[in-house]
Ligand binder design. Sequence first.
Ligand code: AMP
Length: 310
Amino acid sequence: MSSILTVGTVAFDAIETPFGKTDRIVGGAATYISLAASYFSKPINVVSVVGDDFPQEALDNLVHHGADISGIQVKKGEKTFFWSGKYHNDMNTRDTLATELNVLADFNPVLPEAYKACDFLMLGNLTPAVQQSVMDQIPVRPKLVVMDTMNFWMDIAMDELKAAIARIDVLTINDAEARQLSGEYSLVKAAQKILTMGPKYLVVKKGEHGALLFNKESVFFAPALPLEEVFDPTGAGDSFAGGFIGYLASTRDVSFENMKRAIIFGSAMASFCVEKFGTERLQNLTHKEIDERVQDFIDLVQFDISLVNN
Ligand code: AMP
């Protein structure tokens, strides 16, 4: 087992999908990442910030799942980061209705001493300057640095974002973000360009159409599981990231071959996440359920072909 350090939002979300609407519920990239990763590797050392409006039970719940929360600052008299989004009928695209940075606006992360010996670093979606500051505080480069980000930061902090991307191993973004970051429409060309910006690997998430893993030489595709019901895609990308890094940390193998497996575990965690609103489905999974879900992925893409001319 290896230590995982993650930084990201711990947030309030208000979500609207064709199936319903939630008032402020607990979400945030670091919340989803920690919950998903906790099924593979513990502890998960979390760096984040919340206001004093954030419920203690939600922090206790992270601890219950194996998170160390000594790196989560609680700011007195301030408000927690708030995000609100509305999904279109296809459930694959969404509009952001509100992003209130609140405590995030001047967040200065301070890593507890015990977090600094970190093997696997998961930079969840957050201000790129904060992602960089976390990297700056780790004296020995981790075995693997994975980073997630989104169009919001490309729109308002592209230079800082590129500086952060230059220092990482794996970037996980969605297809629209890969196009925005590279200026290329073809995802193959986009990947080639992004792989010159620093990362050795690129994961392009395509929602219900699965995910692509690129390095300079190869590409691998993992499908998304066709699910009968998708209630709320919020956090799918973060659950994917948590499952991905959790599996890599549990196996301590960062080869391309093992990343293919990690992508399947990540996709399995994302498929659970979308089955209920918010983090609900990630709260009480069993290892048996996860194994069965991974088996569904194997069955989905397994086929036998004998090529006559080979
Ligand atoms: P995902 O659906 O995987 O993209 O992640 C959704 C989560 O990201 C929600 O729980 C939000 O609280 C969080 N989030 C939304 N916008 C941002 C942002 N600009 N920076 C950091 N986290 C965000």
